[in-house]
Design a protein around this ligand. Structure first.
Ligand code: MTE
Ligand code: MO
Length: 416
């Protein structure tokens, strides 16, 4: 008889690897009794079941380029799983379109992943597509956690490169399967329970996964330590330059297939629906809208904060972050204190490319000192990325409340 520890790794006697079956659990039966506990005093908690929290903007910017793990925003769709690193396995399969033939699964232990491939380090900013959803909720009702502007954070991630693993385990190489690289997707499934689907899941194009300069990694460390449970212990995907939703935590299954993941989170969420779509007609529109991949260009003022009192006679230093997707850099941030009539460039803008790939996966931290705020008490900021993309003046409402990158406005109070 097998000891209980063998339950997770279901091997048949012929050594065929089979990933564990998953069942969907209704929302009211999700088990939240094993949530980790940590210091939440520096977080704005939007919801604790599932746990969703962001830091304050001053805490985020004062921490600098790398966000300490404690205040890194946390986005979960269900209970945080309590996974044994020793027992955990990642199942990998290629589905070549001949579905009836089944998938020939391979599985890796955490020890395999940590020892068979070199540990690479990538510094990347994650931003939830719902960052700044509050700005869209102010226009019209939206579905989702009402994030403010700190559902974004930067960490140093270490793990194995996904392209190496897919090459060695699934036989996919950038040179030999061009059509496959062009058309296929890499689907990720998590070892968690959510009510929308059997688990959290998502996919990215195979071309992104196989791009050696794409820096997609299976990370087991965050800021030099093993991942914490809420950030994906023992292993998560990091997809730099993409919306946070693609960086699947608690990674359990990888399938390379001709279609995008059929997960709820790929097909029924994380899409910019046409502004005429709302809860009355949303069902027909999902399939025609594109799944979000790269982030758009974003810029946020972190300090001063909304309604902060500023002496009108004194110079004020405005600080914030800006970020774009796809490894594009931020080349300019502009600030206006006259309702957008005139703009001044930020005087300080720091953004570091990834050493290995030269891509800009992290945010730019910027600063601008304004000697005196005239005529207006609203500070506005916007950014341009290296492709010349910039931000719309006004929020473009969409039902899921994603990708809000309207000019950022902070109203400050002046005292004489
Ligand atoms: N992975 C799993 N397994 N479950 C989740 O709920 N949320 C996704 C992504 N990966 C999620 C997940 C979303 S929407 C975001 S924005 C990021 O994780 C957030 O990562 P963080 O909690 O480490 O900040
Ligand atoms: Mo997200």
């Amino acid at each position: 008889m097998h000891p209980p520890s063998y339950q997770c790794h279901e091997s048949r006697s012929d050594h065929t690897v089979v990933p564990p079956e998953k069942i969907r659990i209704p929302e009211d039966q999700l088990d939240y009794s094993h949530e980790p506990t940590w210091d939440q005093s520096n977080l704005l908690v939007h919801c604790d079941k599932p746990f969703n929290a962001e830091p304050s903007l001053p805490a985020l910017i004062n921490a600098g380029e790398i966000t300490p793990t404690e205040i890194f925003f946390k986005r979960n769709h269900g209970p945080i799983p309590d996974i044994s690193q020793i027992q955990h396995r990642v199942y990998i399969g290629l589905q070549d379109g001949e579905r009836h033939q089944g998938i020939n699964w391979q599985s890796l232990s955490m020890n395999d992943i940590m020892t068979r491939w070199p540990k690479v380090t990538v510094t990347a900013t994650l931003q939830c597509a719902g960052n700044r959803r509050d700005g869209l909720a102010a226009v019209k009702e939206v579905k989702g956690v009402i994030w403010k502007s700190a559902a974004v954070s930067t960490a140093i991630w270490s793990g194995a490169q996904l392209c190496d693993i897919l090459n060695d385990v699934a036989g996919i190489s950038a040179e030999h399967h061009n059509k496959m690289i062009r058309d296929y997707h890499v689907c990720f499934e998590a070892n968690d329970h959510v009510h929308e689907d059997v688990c959290y899941g998502s996919s990215i194009p195979l071309r992104k996964a196989m791009d050696p300069m794409g820096d997609v990694i299976l990370a087991y460390e965050m800021n030099g330590k093993p991942l914490t449970r809420e950030h994906g212990f023992p292993i998560r995907v990091i997809v730099p330059g993409y919306i946070g939703a693609r960086s699947v935590k608690y990674l359990q299954k990888i399938v390379i297939q001709p279609q995008e993941s059929t997960s709820f989170f790929q097909r029924r969420d994380y899409k910019i629906l046409d502004p005429t779509i709302d809860h009355t007609n949303v069902e027909e529109s999902w399939d025609t809208a594109a799944s979000l991949t790269e982030m758009n260009v974003q810029c946020v003022i972190c300090t001063p904060t909304e309604n902060e009192v500023i002496p009108s006679t004194e110079a004020v230093t405005i600080k914030g972050y800006a970020i774009s997707g796809g490894g594009r850099s931020i080349y300019r941030v502009e600030v206006s204190v006259d309702s957008g009539k005139t703009w001044e460039p930020a005087s300080k803008l720091v953004q570091n490319p990834e050493v290995h790939s030269g891509m800009y996966w992290t945010w730019a931290i910027w600063e601008k000192t304004v000697s005196k705020i005239p005529h207006s008490t609203e500070i506005i900021a916007r950014a341009y990325d290296s492709s010349g993309n910039t931000q719309p003046e006004h929020a473009i409402w969409n039902y899921r409340g994603v990708m809000n990158n309207a000019w950022f406005r902070t109203r400050v109070m002046q005292v004489p």
